[in-house]
Write a protein that binds this ligand. Sequence first.
Ligand SMILES: CC(=O)SCCNC(=O)CCNC(=O)[C@H](O)C(C)(C)COP(=O)(O)OP(=O)(O)OC[C@H]1O[C@@H](n2cnc3c(N)ncnc32)[C@H](O)[C@@H]1OP(=O)(O)O
Length: 252
Amino acid sequence: MIAKEVGNHVDDDGYVPVICGLSRCNKGDIDAAWEGVRYALRPRIHTFIATSEIHMRHKLRKTPEEVIQIASEMIAYARSLGCEDVEFSPEDAGRSDTEFLYRILIEVIKAGATTLNIPDTVGYTLPSEFGSLIAKIKATTPGAENVIISTHCQNDLGLATANTLAGAYNGGRQLEVTINGIGERAGNASLQEVVMAIRCRGNEFFGGLYTGINLKHISVASRMKLELKGSTNHQCYTQCSTKKHLGYLVSQ
Ligand SMILES: CC(=O)SCCNC(=O)CCNC(=O)[C@H](O)C(C)(C)COP(=O)(O)OP(=O)(O)OC[C@H]1O[C@@H](n2cnc3c(N)ncnc32)[C@H](O)[C@@H]1OP(=O)(O)O
């Protein structure tokens, strides 16, 4: 319904929203995601698999070579369904070995990925570190000049907005954020903080970067989210609910 209704809406200025389905790197998830988004004018499949040593060993129980193979094959599979817009996330990139990260990113670009999303899945990196990672991926990954580099930052250390802005400063051109910073554990980067930082300092520090977000809608969206979901507790280490803590363990 979202794909058919929202995904077929053309704004007065011609803008059409991308409708995206998230899936693990397996055929069943990708098929389900495609079925969900295929009726949109601009459908996208976003597929992810973990690349940090701790996740590959203990969660996936797969070798790095197997992970590269699975990611490449599943991106090619998503493209083979007719989806021309495929996003790939190396989950837990913030704690991944950078040489391995570059290798898998090269392979997924070859397989047909069009957006490379770099998640700091457990909110571990510092802004200088995350910014430098984005800059290096952009500068040294063959094929990166033809794809969009994206950021996805969690707020466990209270740095999600700072890391997202560091990513934008270093060439990230898709910034994954959430209204009011809602998200697992301490949340994700906050849409309003990131949008306003770019709005206020974009000319000085981001080479004229802008977002295209209509600022009038931010308060309405924020209030709507509060009404539907209630307030969000962003104090990860001191006030996590059991559910959030469980989520933290799953991600770890
Ligand atoms: C931007 C981002 O980073 S978004 C990503 C956020 N991360 C998530 O949402 C993680 C979601 N995934 C999970 O939590 C777990 O995989 C679950 C809960 C869905 C499934 O857990 P379980 O049922 O315990 O399955 P388990 O973890 O044992 O994995 C089952 C199989 O799927 C594989 N698998 C797990 N994750 C992935 C993945 N992302 N891609 C491909 N295969 C995967 C495992 O390696 C395992 O393979 P095997 O059958 O060959 O051994």
